[in-house]
Design a binder for this molecule. Sequence first.
Ligand code: MG
Length: 337
Amino acid sequence: MLQFIHKYVLKYFGDLSRNIDVPLYLLEDSAIVNGIAFTTDSYTVYPLFFPGGDIGRMAVCGTINDLAVKGATKILGVSCGLIIEEGFEISNIEKILNSMREAALEAETSIITGDTKVVEKGRVDKLLINCSGIGVPGQELMQNYEIIKRSRDDHSSMWLITKNIRAGDKIILNGPLGDHAVAILAARGELGFKSDVKSDVAPLNKLMREALKVGGVTCAKDPTRGGLAGLLNEWAENTGLGFVIREDALPISSAAKAASELLGIDILEVGNEGKVVMSVINDKAEEILESIKNSGWSQASIIGYVTDSFKGVILETTIGGKRIIPPPIGDPVPRIC
Ligand code: MG
């Protein structure tokens, strides 16, 4: 996917947006134009309903999260594009629209524009959703920026973009990896054992706001497609820095562990929802972790740190070994987002 984006998408679009605050070619979760964060995302998950959520909740939350992780925690509005297969039950559409409504209310935003298309039977798999969103930062992003500037004499961006990451930063994850993938596999009947794991798909704008109020968040990103391994390798590639992660600090639920052993799935490579990885300045790491835990993410953890002694991603295993974590080459569980 990354190769496709570089080879084709950036070839045609990469030079068009050079003068905006955060342009396309940086490949951040959102673009920033005239101080407004703007993002779009398509959702192809199947089945459409799964423990803990459905495609509608995912679409609204995923869009909000791509804005929130760049620092735009006030979501001005979300669009809703529906592509519906002819014959898809209206009762199911109603359930999905209601989930979108509830997710928007949870994040204190609204669905403000949209589009509906119906496609002949067999030409599309039941329902696809595209959402776009716009958001702006609150006062807390400025406060966060002031704290970062106090600890550094270089020029970081106010926005939480990759180039702000420095050696010495700590890496925080807000909760267990793999739950969303396990919930989807269970709904597909592919898990092979009974699990009560729910997808924790959720809007993260309030969580981001709390972390920014403490101050010291340099960059953030949601580990969706490609999982934690994809995210950290992207950060390593774009910063030239090394990311050291401690296996014993990684929150992973027992069901996700069991699924990974049984099905040979690497939990570090599967997509997550309702999760965020933050790079934070060392002095503030404990305080930010506390604020995340107090916001309801009790399993949040400082999972590692950034170093300039190598470039890439290394996992320090529980038994004291070191393992290189390469960028994922495939998608271990496709169409989960
Ligand atoms: Mg994202």
